[in-house]
Design a protein around this ligand. Structure first.
Ligand SMILES: [Zn+2]
Length: 73
């Protein structure tokens, strides 16, 4: 077993821009990147499915004019 812990374990990479992270804004490098990630996350969380607000009910109404049923000659 060889434990090779990197000394700079606290320094990671910002997942947004790839720059070294700041301990203040881990795991991001800056507040801006943190906001970016948050925004992405929120957008993913608030994913809105196709909301078809169609009023179903009167879509299939039986019309009085049925083709082929009237005796109009
Ligand atoms: Zn960044």
């Amino acid at each position: 077993m060889t434990q090779s812990n990197p000394p700079a374990v606290a320094h990671g990479k910002c997942p947004i821009c790839g720059r070294p992270t700041d301990t203040k804004y881990r795991p991001f490098c800056s507040r801006r990147c943190a906001d970016v990630d948050l925004a992405r996350w929120l957008r993913g969380a608030y994913v809105i499915p196709d909301q078809e607000d169609g009023e179903e009910g009167e879509a299939e109404r039986e019309g009085p004019n049925e083709p082929g049923s009237g005796s109009r000659h």
